[in-house]
Design a protein around this ligand. Structure first.
Ligand code: PEP
Ligand code: MN
Length: 348
């Protein structure tokens, strides 16, 4: 919909916009109001270049799009009935829990193997473990290729599918070759469009699930969903959105908690939402409340950092990881909120 700056466009201006949209297979339909005439774009109005050219005209106030820019991830798309399954859970139907260490310590693999067993016992469906880590400080531990073996050994021992972050094509290939079930796109790479494309291409003919974190600097909902569209566009729609807190922070929390984003996302996309409370609030003591709030807001699941002995962990684990006992309690409470939410919906 083209909204002009004036009450109606001059004939030569209508001719100009008609010519522009015509190049993209669209036409113009004026809608004459009492005070103002607006101009509907008839046809597929999703071409970014067409919109940019129209927005560049000095007599155009703005363009309001009726169609969503994301063809596949839109809640009105044919894919809306697609269901993603992992770890025995169908996302959206049952509460899904991803849990495990921020970082696998290759020098102490037993911690990870014990954590894996403990998170399974606590009720997790997917085991997370950081093999390669995006660290702000270049002198801190960056991860280790060897940890992929530890991750897969933990998967074998527990029977849980595993989630690991990949930051480049080399790691992507190693993770897929090893059999990682869920690839995590971290907050720092959430807008790395070449990586999103590479992941989309690599998972196209697999049943791999991609956990797409929300960038901490990410603005709009559309930006987040469009990042998911980049992956799905290659043919695998198993993309899960993962809000994890944004900048600027609330004093005391690592990031600004964004778990309240879920209802807004659900209005636009069918993609499941799994909230990561650990990176959002950044401190173990605050994680349970954030996790429960996320479920109350409608999240389909949680991604929580946990460790059998947080003080012996590396990366974020010493400050963020829940102990297995707190994780079990948080999952139990999250299930109660999930049940309440579903009974409330059924009763309304
Ligand atoms: C992580 O999951 O350990 C991580 C680094 O997350 P994020 O990309 O959300 O910071
Ligand atoms: Mn972490």
């Amino acid at each position: 919909m083209i909204l002009p700056k004036s009450t109606r466009l001059a004939p030569e201006q209508v001719a100009e916009i008609t010519a522009i949209v015509g190049e993209f297979g669209c036409s113009i339909q004026p809608i004459v109001g009492a005070v103002r005439t607006i101009y509907a774009i008839v046809g597929d109005e999703r071409d970014e270049l067409m919109i940019n050219r129209l927005e560049g005209l000095d007599y155009v106030e703005r363009i309001d799009r009726i169609q969503s820019p994301f063809k596949l991830m839109d809640r009105r798309s044919d894919l809306a009935t697609h269901r993603i399954k992992i770890g025995g859970v169908t996302l959206g139907e049952d509460l899904a829990i991803i849990a495990g260490q921020c970082t696998i310590d290759p020098k102490n693999p037993n911690f990870f193997l014990e954590t894996a067993a403990a998170v399974k016992e606590a009720g997790a469906h997917v085991l997370r473990g950081g093999v390669w880590k995006p660290r702000t400080n270049p002198y801190t531990f960056q991860g280790d290729n060897k940890s992929i073996e530890i991750l897969m050994e933990a998967s074998r021992q527990t029977g849980l599918p595993v989630d690991a972050e990949v930051m480049d094509e080399e790691q992507l290939k190693m993770a897929l070759d090893a059999g990682v079930h869920m690839l995590q796109v971290g907050a720092r790479n959430a807008l790395n469009y070449s990586l999103l494309r590479s992941i989309g291409r690599a998972v196209a003919k697999r049943d791999t699930v991609v956990l797409l974190k929300r960038s901490m600097h990410m603005g709009s909902l559309s930006e987040f969903i469009s990042a998911a569209e980049y992956i799905a566009a290659f043919g695998n729609p198993n993309v899960v959105l993962c809000p994890r807190g944004t900048a600027p922070t609330l004093d005391g929390y690592r990031c600004h908690p964004d778990e309240s984003i879920t209802p807004l996302l659900k209005e636009k996309t069918w993609a499941p939402v799994i909230v990561d409370p650990s990176h959002s609030v950044g401190k173990a003591a605050y994680v349970p409340a954030c996790a429960l709030a996320a479920i109350a807001y409608g999240a389909d699941g949680l991604c929580i950092e946990a460790h059998v002995s947080p003080s012996h962990g590396i990366g974020d684990d010493p400050k963020q990881a829940l102990t297995p006992a707190v994780l079990a309690e948080t999952i139990a409470q999250a299930r109660q909120i999930w049940a309440l939410r579903h009974s409330a919906v059924a009763g309304s």
